[in-house]
Design a protein around this ligand. Structure first.
Ligand code: PGA
Length: 246
């Protein structure tokens, strides 16, 4: 069952989700427990990350007990590559917070053994008791993380071939589609569905059709976001343009 929440603008959505994250961190840290967050990249979560940084700076929200797992990483791109998701996260979130470096996890696109990196990633998530709250964007192909169609409900962290629509959508960041990697590592659909709470964010008319499909189509590998219908606590945070086809 997917709940939808309509927001007047990106900023209001970011504030609502950041508040939810702050409440979770405060409740869990009071009883000495870490908070495990699943994080996303792309343009959509940027206002949320700016708001979390503001809460840290202005309201003294500490991230010292937060553990993070990012959804995905491009194959072949390392921490110093400006288009790697490791670089993106450092730049747009981590370096502004008091999160310990050892608490940050992102699949390693440069690993010599990608399959082992993926099984180790799953083990690391399990070792900290699973993800408390997962942030998601959605691609026009219906991907969540880089789970392109077809992605089955039981998929785990693995290497994937990127859809050409996704490569084209992401080429703006690279300046040239030829520079966009063809492969990536991503958490699987099953990995995402195990998070205790899922908050998906989508803004703008370009996402309206895929939002309609994710909510209204029968769950199937053809539109991986439809699997979220099986999650007990999943909310889609939308603006009016993204909700337009509902
Ligand atoms: P975007 O990407 O936030 O840049 O639209 C979302 C996604 O592809 O998951």
């Amino acid at each position: 069952m997917i709940a939808t929440r309509l927001h007047p603008d990106k900023q209001t959505a970011a504030q609502a989700i950041a508040r939810e994250i702050a409440d979770l961190i405060e409740i869990r840290s009071k009883s000495g427990k870490p908070t495990v967050l699943g994080l996303a990249t792309g343009s959509t979560p940027l206002p949320l990350y700016a708001e979390l940084i503001r809460l840290h700076r202005e309201e003294k929200l500490s991230f010292s007990s937060v553990i993070t797992f990012n959804l995905d990483e491009y194959e072949g791109l390392g921490a110093t590559h400006p288009q790697s998701y490791r670089f993106f996260m450092e730049e747009n979130l981590f370096r502004h917070l008091d999160i310990p470096a050892a608490n940050i996890h992102i699949p390693d696109g440069l690993s010599k053994d990608l399959a082992k990196n993926c099984t180790d990633y799953e083990a690391a998530i399990r070792a900290v008791g699973g993800i408390d709250l997962q942030i998601l964007g959605i691609g026009r192909t219906g991907h969540i993380g880089f789970n392109e169609p077809p992605s089955a409900v039981d998929t785990r962290t693995r290497w994937v071939h990127l859809d050409e629509v996704t490569r084209r959508d992401n080429s703006a960041f690279f300046g040239d589609i030829a520079l966009v990697p063809h492969g990536a590592l991503t958490m699987g659909v099953a990995t995402i569905l195990e998070a205790r709470r899922v908050e998906l964010i989508a803004f703008g008319e370009a996402k309206a059709d895929v939002i309609r499909r994710a909510i209204q189509e029968t769950p199937s590998a053809h539109c991986p976001a439809t699997w979220l219908q099986k999650h007990p606590h999943c909310t889609f945070h939308l603006d009016a343009a993204a909700a337009k086809a509902l």
